[in-house]
Design a protein around this ligand. Structure first.
Ligand code: NDP
Length: 338
C-alpha cells in the first residue's frame, strides 16, 4: 500500500524512498517546493512502483499534514531540521516536536486506519554525554541531559545540545502519544548515529550538503587538518543505504511494533575516515594523514551505539566504513570536482 515519507528531498529520505520503491511500495513524498518534488519524480522515473509528491512547506504549522496523510497505509516521518546553526533551541525543537505530534494528530483525524508510523529519531536521543567514554549504549538509554542544558541555558546552550534536545523531545512526544491516545496504529523509531554514503537528493553545491555528509566533506576536501582529529569518537556511523532499508523493514516486520532500533555499524572517528580516504583516494593530497596505528585504541576509547537489535530483528547487514567511504567519495568527486 501507499507509504508517505515526509521530508522526501532530504539525504536519508531520498534513499528511503528509493528503498521503498525497490521493495514495491508506491510512495508519496512530502517536500517544501515543486522544484524538489520534480527533481525526485525525475530521479525515480521508470521504477516499477510510482512516486508522487505533496507540498508541506512547514511541518510545524497546525494541521500541516492533514491532506498528506489521506489514503496512505504507512508513514515514515523523517522531516526535521538537522543543523548546528540554531540560535534559539526552539528553532529546532519547534518543528521536531510540532511535526511529530502534528502528523500523529492528522492521522488520528483523517486516516485512523493507517497501520504503522515509523519515526526517524537518532542516537542523539540516546547519547547521554554525562556518561564517560568508553560506554556501551543500547535502546534502553535516553539522553535527558541535552534538554536540561537547553532549558537552563536557552540560546547559550552549545549547538550540539540544541539539536540533540530536539530529537529527544520529539521521540518522547511520539511515545507519549502512542501510549496515551486511543489509536489503532502502532509505532517504531529508527535511531541512527551519523549517516554517511552516496547522495541522491537535490544538492547543487558542497555548501548545501546535509550536516552529516558535510562533516565528511570537511575531511575529504582537506578543510580540516591532522590537529583536528580527536583521540576519542563520540559518534558512530551507518551507511545511508542500510538505515534506509531499516526504515522499510520497520514498516513491515511485525515484531518491530513499539520498539526503538539503533541502526549503527559502530564507532567511527575522523581518524577512520581519513585513513579510508587515503586508501581509496590517494590522489587527494590535502587530506589529513590520520593515525593509522591508533585506530583500535581510539575506537576502544569511544562510545558504542549497539546496532545488533536492528541487525537481528530487521535483518540488516551493515556496510563497513571502507565501502561507505569509497561510494560516498566517488559520488562527491563526480558531483563537485575537488
Ligand atoms: P536533511 O537536512 O537532508 O533532511 C531534512 C529534511 O527535513 C529535508 O527534506 C528538509 O527540507 C526537511 N525539513 C526540515 N525542517 C522542515 C520544516 N520546518 N518543514 C518542512 N520540512 C522540513 O537531513 P537528513 O537526511 O540527515 O535527516 C533526516 C532525518 O534523519 C532527520 O529527522 C534527522 O534528525 C535524522 N537523522 C539524521 C542523521 C544524519 O547523520 N544525517 C543521524 C540521525 C538522525 P528542506 O531540505 O527542503 O529544507
Amino acid at each position: 500500500s501507499l507509504v508517505l515519507v515526509t521530508g522526501a528531498s532530504g539525504f536519508i529520505a531520498a534513499h528511503t524512498v528509493q528503498a521503498l520503491l525497490d521493495a514495491g511500495f508506491p510512495v508519496r513524498g512530502s517536500v517544501r517546493s515543486v522544484d524538489k518534488g520534480e527533481y525526485l519524480k525525475e530521479r525515480f522515473r521508470g521504477k516499477s512502483a510510482s512516486f508522487d509528491y505533496v507540498i508541506v512547506d512547514d511541518i510545524e504549522k497546525p494541521n500541516a499534514f492533514d491532506e498528506a496523510v489521506k489514503g496512505v497505509g504507512g508513514v515514515v516521518h523523517m522531516a526535521s531540521p538537522f543543523h548546528l546553526k540554531a540560535e534559539d533551541p526552539e528553532m529546532l525543537i519547534g518543528p521536531a516536536v510540532g511535526g511529530t505530534v502534528g502528523i500523529l494528530h492528522s492521522l488520528k483525524k483523517h486516516n485512523p486506519g493507517v497501520s504503522r508510523v515509523v519515526v526517524t529519531s537518532s542516537t542523539a536521543s540516546i547519547n547521554d554525554e554525562t556518561r564517560p567514554a568508553p560506554f556501551h549504549f543500547t535502546e534502553e538509554h535516553w539522553n535527558e541531559y541535552s534538554a536540561k542544558v537547553c532549558a537552563e541555558k536557552g540560546r547559550d546552550a552549545p549547538n550540539g545540545h540544541k539539536y540533540r534536545a530536539s530529537k529527544t523531545l520529539a521521540e518522547r512526544a511520539f511515545w507519549r502519544f502512542m501510549e496515551t491516545e486511543d489509536v489503532a496504529f502502532d509505532g517504531v523509531t529508527i535511531n541512527p548515529p551519523m549517516v554517511y554514503g552516496p547522495i541522491i537528493h537535490p544538492v547543487s553545491n558542497p555548501e548545501s550538503l546535509n550536516t552529516s555528509v558535510a562533516t565528511f566533506y570537511d575531511w575529504f576536501s582537506g578543510r580540516k587538518s591532522q590537529a583536528d582529529i580527536p583521540f576519542i569518537a563520540t559518534a558512530n556511523f551507518v551507511d545511508v543505504r542500510d538505515t534506509a532499508l531499516a526504515h522499510v523493514r520497520a514498516l513491515v516486520v511485525p515484531e518491530a511494533s513499539g520498539q526503538r532500533f539503533i541502526s549503527s555499524a559502530g564507532p567511527a572517528s575522523p581518524n577512520d575516515f581519513c585513513i579510508a580516504i587515503h586508501h581509496h583516494f590517494p590522489q587527494l593530497a590535502n587530506v589529513a594523514d590520520g593515525y593509522p596505528t591508533n585506530v583500535e585504541e581510539i575506537n576502544a576509547a569511544s562510545y558504542l551505539f549497539d546496532g545488533a537489535k536492528a541487525a537481528r530483528v530487521l535483518g540488516i547487514t551493515y556496510r563497513d566504513i571502507d565501502t561507505c567511504v569509497k561510494d560516498m567519495g566517488d559520488c562527491l568527486l563526480d558531483k563537485f570536482s575537488l
